[in-house]
Design a protein around this ligand. Structure first.
Ligand code: SAM
Length: 304
């Protein structure tokens, strides 16, 4: 594809539908993951397709896109021409039978179930009867998975990984979670870190890969393997290096400071006596210092 990609991102409308622009580096990262799992030029389903920016570098054979904003749908069609199959409606009113090689989605963050129409609620509850309230990030994922032959790639608000209301969602994904990644600096219009998950409908193994990817520097900051826990999709974290305190060294330094101070005091007092004839009870001070030392020497020996 050589033509320039067009975006539709009117911030006022975008806020209403929780739309954020994924930066170039993030799109590359997503395209790399899709290539790794699904190969070149897959057909793609996206239930919140916007203008299709997320799929651009994937170079899909076809994109089946559902999108609620008609202006975005128009730009999506311009971008993909006859590769675009567009459905201008809410994803929760969408009941077509479409099966693509994979799903790629950046669903809107934290929209509320209570704000959906009665029809949208009914469509959701037909399939997920337990869903009665809360946010609908989880519904975008679960409902879209049936439009993928095997893999799903999702950019998600981190809350889906730990919120109690999304526990059922994490349980249903279960061991199908192939990757749980934290992506930093991925958006042009917000600095929030997000989850990027890979779901493999055929995976049964109990561990998944995690990584931290920073889009600003284009680098992978951490990669590990993690035992899936549906209570909490624990985000990968870089452990802060613990400062090792050498207690012997600290004690020696303290001793040195105190002795230095004592020596300097004795030296300066002696100087004042010698050169200025000051009337100072020098020996009285030394005697008191001896007393203190002797006292603690005795206490130490008794303790020993
Ligand atoms: C975070 S943006 C995704 C942008 C998109 N990935 C792109 O490449 O342009 C979320 C999109 O979901 C759309 N949206 C919000 N509610 C929706 C719904 N119920 N059904 C379908 N799309 C919806 C918004 O209009 C917005 O375009």
């Amino acid at each position: 594809m050589t033509k320039v990609f067009k975006e539709h991102n009117n911030r006022k409308i975008a806020n209403q539908y929780a739309e954020y622009v994924t930066g170039e580096a993030f799109r590359k990262y997503v395209a790399g993951k899709v290539k790794q799992y699904v190969g070149d030029n897959p057909s793609v389903f996206d239930g919140a397709v916007g203008s299709g920016q997320l799929e651009w570098l994937v170079e899909p054979r076809h994109v089946y896109g559902v999108e609620i904003q008609s202006a975005s749908c128009e730009v999506f069609k311009e971008n993909y021409g006859d590769k675009a199959h567009v459905y201008n409606q809410s994803f929760f009113d969408f009941e077509e039978v479409v099966l693509a090689d994979c799903v790629i989605m950046n669903p809107p963050f934290s929209l509320m179930f209570k704000d959906l129409s009665d029809h949208e609620k009914a469509v959701i509850q037909k399939e997920f009867p337990w869903k009665k309230s809360g946010k609908i990030d989880d519904m975008f994922v679960l409902k879209s998975l049936k439009h993928s032959k095997r893999y799903g790639f999702y950019i998600l608000f981190p809350g889906v990984g730990y919120r109690g209301t999304e526990r059922k969602f994490r349980e249903l994904i279960g061991n199908q979670l192939a990757e749980l990644n934290l992506v930093q600096n991925g958006f042009e219009d917000t600095s929030i870190d997000v989850l990027f998950i890979v779901v493999d409908k055929e995976k049964t193994g109990k561990t998944c890969q995690r990584e931290i990817y920073d889009c600003k520097s284009g680098s992978q900051l951490l990669v590990d393997s993690w035992g899936i826990d549906t209570d909490n999709w624990e985000q990968p974290r870089i452990e802060a290096e613990k400062e090792v305190i050498d207690i012997d060294f600290v004690n020696q330094e303290l001793d040195r400071i105190v002795l230095d101070r004592l020596q300097k005091h004795l030296e300066s007092q002696l100087l004042v006596i010698r050169y200025f004839g000051a009337d100072i009870d020098y020996l009285g001070f030394i005697s008191k210092a001896y007393d203190i030392l002797a006292n603690y020497e005795v206490q130490y020996n008794l303790g020993g």
